[in-house]
Design a protein around this ligand. Structure first.
Ligand code: FO1
Length: 388
């Protein structure tokens, strides 16, 4: 893949040749005993056979898993992951290049989607925002002629108010995210990719106009052709505290089934993240597994398939494999794409096929398990290869 760095701003263009480059049980509220809330992503402190040990055999639960994560797809995977692995052994490194400031509020959609999902509070249908939300503020704002194209629920606004206030008082985004995580009773580590501002900027193919991520994704409903994507600020941004250690210490690194261009590449555009993944490359690469967000040539949600084409990549699992082949040894893809297995292996990735559609918690858990086991198998094969 060609990522063009212009004044510290990695860019992808349509002309670039991409190619190298808990249990399912509902949350339990222990509000009667001191207000502790135990949810998905919270640890079973009573040893009653909770999330960490529900896998049955218990063999995966003590592994350390680090996930590169975007929004909805990543959140669903992590929701299953914390039932396969001890929640506190899971670290999510989350894209923040979608972050935006609206009405004076700092909004971090991917961090919130993951936090709300692990807290059992997400609106499952939408995949983002809080369930049972009301929209009074937006209705009032509309009646006053304010901008309402980006819908903020009443209760969700509290998160953005608190975050903005903490940031204005000098706290880092990492510290704010950690505070919110603890207040939701989540044991899984949620790290923003960086405390520095990185912004995904898209140049429209037709007009050449450059717009922000949420203008593209929400205001224009991603229905416009994109000519170029830039991760503004990524060239000089540092990975947030704990990010590099989480990558180095992990037994398995999972690239979630998120949009490669909009969710994963902003994280990979950080120099120290890229260096960490490419340093001691054979070891890091062997333990890294990517899950394809493309199934039978289509994205389940969002514009990932169209963006692949617009960036010059074939919109199928082989295209996805080409994007990740330098940093991941294994690709998990859907059974529907089994016929492309030879193509993936021809470019040097091991591949495993399974049901990758996360319809419910059981499917999320099964996919998380499959991805971890596939990576462990690759690591073991690599070790045997080195010794033999
Ligand atoms: N997505 C939409 O399609 N429309 C919205 O109005 C919208 C509002 C919104 C508010 C808070 C939040 O955390 C997420 C929100 N999203 C909305 C989702 C968000 O734009 C995307 O899912 C991510 O940025 C892409 O991962």
């Amino acid at each position: 893949m060609v990522v063009v760095h212009t004044e510290g701003h990695p860019e992808l263009t349509s002309k670039d040749n991409i190619g190298t480059g808990a249990t399912g049980a509902p949350a339990r509220d222990r509000t009667g005993s001191g207000g502790v809330v135990v949810r998905a992503g919270a640890e079973d402190t009573e040893g009653t056979g909770g999330q960490a040990s529900t896998s049955g055999d218990g063999t995966l639960s003590s592994l350390k898993i680090t996930a590169l994560a975007g929004g909805v797809g990543a959140a669903r995977l992590l929701r299953g992951m914390v039932e396969v692995v001890k929640p506190s052994n899971v670290t999510a490194i989350v894209n923040t290049a979608d972050d935006t400031v609206l009405h004076g509020l700092h909004i971090s959609p991917d961090l919130d989607t993951i936090t709300y999902t692990l807290a059992g509070l997400v609106d499952v249908e939408r995949g983002w925002g809080l369930s049972g939300e009301s929209w009074t503020v937006m209705e009032s704002l509309a009646s006053l002629g304010g901008d309402t194209w980006f819908q903020l629920g009443d209760r969700d606004i509290a998160t953005h108010m608190l975050r903005t206030d903490m940031l204005n008082r000098g706290m880092s985004l990492s510290a704010v995210t950690e505070t919110l995580r603890m207040r939701h009773g989540i044991m899984t580590r949620i790290l923003p990719m960086s405390d520095d501002r990185v912004q995904t900027r898209l140049t429209l193919a037709g007009s050449g106009e450059e717009i922000g991520f949420q203008e593209y994704f929400v205001k224009l409903a991603h229905s416009v052709e994109v000519g170029k994507i830039a991760y503004q600020g990524a060239g000089s941004a540092a990975a947030a505290p704990g990010v590099i250690e989480a990558l180095e210490d992990a037994d398995v690194i999972v690239i979630c089934p998120s949009n490669p261009f909009l969710s994963i590449f902003p994280i990979l555009a950080l120099k120290d993240v890229k260096q960490a993944l490419q340093g001691r490359q054979a070891t890091m690469k062997a333990k890294t597994v990517a899950i394809s967000p493309i199934i039978a040539g289509k994205a389940l949600k969002g514009p990932a398939d169209r963006l692949l084409v617009e960036m010059g990549v074939t919109a199928n699992v082989a295209g996805v494999a080409g994007l990740y082949k330098d940093i991941a040894s294994t690709l998990v893809m859907d059974d529907q794409d089994a016929r492309l297995q030879d193509d993936i292996e021809a470019i040097g990735m091991r591949c495993v096929t399974t049901d990758t559609i996360m319809r419910d918690i059981n499917a999320s858990r099964a996919l998380a398990r499959e991805a971890i086991e596939a990576a462990l198998e690759t690591v073991s094969l690599a070790r045997r290869g080195n010794n033999g």
